[in-house]
Design a binder for this molecule. Structure first.
Ligand code: GRG
Length: 324
């Protein structure tokens, strides 16, 4: 879990996020009350709503706040994809909790989690289509990228030789693509000119890369309480992220011996985390997160100065500072 973002502190954002909440809840109402219950489960549980916030603040770089209803809907479509992907991810991971509550698969079973995840994606697509063919095409392509990123990750699970380019390609798909789409949709629907749309798209991509690297650092460095979920989960499940890849590349043979198979015992997970923290892998991953953060800020340089653009820059520096 990444820390709260300064985006949410931009004056007026409280009201904008209340609009997102209302529209999100409306968007998943079905004629079947049980499907409404399933689809509402993780929406009601909360979440940081970072992606709709990014869509709104991207639009606000041109117009300020409040944004139009269409921009709010753009943010809602992206959050529905986020929630739908979490439903599917939790089935794949056999997760029992998410956003501080039972995961949908744990509470209702895998079949209902998959189907209601599909329903969320369908609702996201319907909203995107109402915002025009460009937004609809972008959201569809982004869902494809999420799947590509996740499949890439699956292909290198338990691979102690996983290289950095494979890792970066995976996180670009599974995480950065949705952040990038959030900013691009906010920018398109918010009426920015093409150079600004492209600048905000690039910002979202680089922010998303930094976000995932920070998330991966926290899996090694944070406590269960700080994360709100068991730490070291990725290593235990064979997903070797940047700090681990760097530790292995530096020749940590004890870590190499331990990895390559599931870590079942808590003592093994603790040992693996300790070994990674003892080397330079965490520091080197933070340097990479900072580099992505700087690229995100660079992408904002061509935009006219505004409170919204400052909030985007602050969000990036705050994100990286949270692990520095
Ligand atoms: C069906 C769209 C779809 C995708 C299938 C399962 C899958 C492929 C992709 C999942 C990818 C995934 C879970 C990436 C991790 C992204 C991530 C960093 C999630 C956590 O985001 P936060 O911290 O969470 O913003 P909240 O709960 O605050 O929204």
């Amino acid at each position: 879990m990444a820390p709260a973002s300064p985006l949410l502190a931009l004056p007026g954002m409280g009201g904008e996020l209340a609009r997102v909440e209302a529209a999100l809840r409306r968007s998943v109402i079905s004629d079947d009350p049980h499907l409404t219950e399933l689809a509402s489960h993780l929406i009601a549980a909360g979440g940081k709503r970072l992606r709709p916030a990014l869509a709104i603040v991207s639009a606000a770089c041109r117009t300020g706040l409040p944004v139009t209803d269409e921009v709010v809907l753009g943010g809602v479509s992206v959050e529905l994809v986020q929630v739908g992907s979490l439903y599917h991810d939790d089935v794949m991971d056999e997760a029992t909790t998410r956003r501080g509550v039972d995961s949908v698969n744990f509470r209702f079973g895998n079949l209902k989690a998959i189907l209601s995840g599909d329903y969320l994606l369908a609702k996201a697509s319907e909203i995107a289509a109402s915002l025009g063919t460009e937004v609809a095409g972008l959201l569809a392509a982004t869902i494809g990228r999420l799947c590509e990123g996740q499949v890439r990750e699956l292909q290198s699970v338990f691979d102690v030789e996983r290289d950095e380019s494979t890792y970066l390609a995976s996180i670009a798909g599974k995480t950065a693509s949705l952040f990038s789409a959030a900013c691009r949709i906010g920018a398109i629907v918010g009426g920015h000119d093409r150079p600004a749309v492209d600048a905000l798209t690039e910002y979202g991509y680089q922010y998303g890369m930094a976000f995932q690297v920070v998330d991966d650092v926290l899996d090694v460095t944070a406590t269960d309480e700080e994360l709100g979920k068991p730490s070291g989960h990725d290593m235990a499940e064979g997903v070797y992220t940047l700090p681990v890849i760097r530790a292995l590349a530096a020749g940590d043979d004890e870590l190499r011996e331990l990895l390559g198979r599931p870590l079942i015992e808590q003592s093994e997970i603790d040992k693996a985390r300790k070994l990674v923290r003892a080397g330079h892998g965490v520091d080197e991953a933070i340097v990479e997160a900072r580099r992505f953060g700087e690229l995100a800020c660079d992408a904002l340089a061509s935009l006219p100065p505004s409170d919204a653009a400052t909030a985007l820059a602050d969000a990036t520096t705050g994100l990286v500072a949270s692990v520095s």
